[in-house]
Design a protein around this ligand. Sequence first.
Ligand SMILES: Nc1ncnc2c1ncn2[C@@H]1O[C@H](COP(=O)(O)OP(=O)(O)OP(=O)(O)O)[C@@H](O)[C@H]1O
Length: 701
Amino acid sequence: MPGRRRCAARGPENEAAKPERLAEKGAAQGAATPLRGKPQRRDRGTVPAASGTPAKTPSTLGRPPPLALGPASGAKWPSKPPATPRSAPRSSASPPESGAGTSSATSDNVKVVIRIRPARPEEEAAGSACVQQRSGQVLEADGPGHERRRRDELHYDAVLGADAAQDDVFQLVGLPVVEHCMSGLNASIFAYGQTGSGKTHTMTGMLSNADQRGLAPRIFDALFARIAQEETRLGREKLRYSVRCTYLEIYREELTDLLRPAGPPLALRLDAARGAFVDGLEERDIFNSDDAMALIRCGSEHRRSAATAMNADSSRSHAVLACQVESMRREDSGLASVRSSRLYLVDLAGSERVRASGAGGAQLRETCAINSSLTTLGRVIAELVEAQRRGAAARHHVPYRDSRLTFLLQDCLGGNARTVIVAAVSPAAEHAGETRSTLEFAARAKCIRNRAVVNRDTRGSADALRGQLACLERELELARSESRGPLLEELAAAQADADRERAAASAASEEAATVRVDAARAAVDARRHRKEAARWEGHAFALQLERDALVAAMVRAAGAGTAAAAAESPLELAQRLGAERAAAVEGIAAEQSARRAAEDRAAAAESHSSGLEQALEAAERRAEAAREQAARLAARERQLRGAYKDIQSIMASLPPPTPRSTPREGAPPAPWHALTSPGSSAAAWESSAGEASSSGDPSAL
Ligand SMILES: Nc1ncnc2c1ncn2[C@@H]1O[C@H](COP(=O)(O)OP(=O)(O)OP(=O)(O)O)[C@@H](O)[C@H]1O
């Protein structure tokens, strides 16, 4: 039977109990065959004992080690993959850059959580499990296709075993998402997997049973608790939140409003400010978690479902629960700073093998439509990963437009959002192929990089904006008149100083070079004179010896009376030698004084040269300081020009002044939404990723 609305399947006798029971998809359905009225699977002892303390499930195949998801660590992603218990070949089917088991993921990468559903008794009886949790991030799965006998170890951001409670999933996936919404970040959670693997159980769960409620109701509970906390802390006149929701169904590429299912099919449109949106979708204001619960219940009732061979209450459509959270904080200036975030909770229809589903006729066409839409999703993810691998420069077509689902949710896949994919898998050996393909899809999705930024806007009354503009204009004028002229003069003076210092430095360096040459010359002269003096000293010493010998000879001749025989009288000889010696002594003295003079000259030249070098260094230091001053002044000038441009663009974007209207006396204050223009927030979103962290976003997503 093709998809029919859940409420339509109920008989009139059940009308009163309908909403509750209809929302509890799966609670009334037991197993893989469409046996309505069978005991609930939870009643067979698979229900965790209490929130946050997963009970051990007797039916769990291949009991995994306990998951590190206590209340304290619940909201955190395990920081890195734990050491694997043993080395195992990585799946050949996993793309090498898939991120499964690698540490390349950044905080904005799509996060992937694998949730293994408990085995049903007949699945347990049938034999070994095709997938087993090994640790908080590691699982072991059968190899693909013909390699099924091989076991591969695969790594993900988190792996939740069959005994993980609904609260564990919320602590790990839901809680961070609530914090994103509070801080102005877009977020999304996708539930993906084979039919009957537990997607709806994870996203919606059993609304009447507190322990068994899924992510959506828990997220709204936590969101409204946080809103109340923040509004109380700052006071509602300062800070207010508003929450609006839509609930959409995509069935065979047709869009239906789950809050108004009788309406005509809706159209998907693209708008420069809002991006992709569904025209005419009912948007409901939600004020507390009861409102949210009523909305979830209403949407779940109207979602199309059918009994198939794989799931007694199988969802036949994709359900997209969207929530817009907006916070407006009033500043003393009269302006209001607005943060808005969009949350998408997407419960995808389950993939199924046509043969295994036992579908025929209309249901077969439905199954084909579901599979084709999921194939497009897979293609979008594969192309996106490839595009991101190639880098921004390479143009790569990502086929978002090929399905309504991917077109509507393109921001969640590679855009401005933090995204988590919960991939639900069945442990049954007979589903090994589907489980493996879900795991591979998840490994690919893990490589997608998103760029989430805080969505901020500033709004205010026209008067407040005009006042702000006037202030800015005054500041600009002041900056122009007070700072610009003197600054330019200062800049010119600093530049002239720098030029002067540079010229002085180069003259000093030239002079130093000349002095250095003079000093070298004087040193050469001094050496020459030293040599000459040594030569004269040697000469004087020789003459001294000669004279001494002659005096001795003269004394001998006088004694022997032969003085007359001498050609030159001893007196004459002594006089000549005395004169020669005096001349030699004079020569020595002259040489010594010349040498001293040369040495003095050399020393003077040396000291002059070192003085010049010091002067040169000082001049270079002064020139450097002047250059830095000039650079500082140029930067300041650029800063002023930037501020001027900013103010000009703000002025250009302002509406022309309208005549001021005086409020009537006693008239009520403007409503909260009067300050905002619908849809304008997306257009004016100006944000920064750095803000996300500075806003105290505690999540580790
Ligand atoms: N983790 C779980 N613990 C207990 N029961 C589970 C779990 N996961 C799934 N189930 C049960 O398995 C059945 C099928 O689950 P569910 O309807 O959520 O599958 P689905 O993936 O949404 O299937 P479809 O794609 O066909 O809609 C339900 O009865 C549900 O209660």
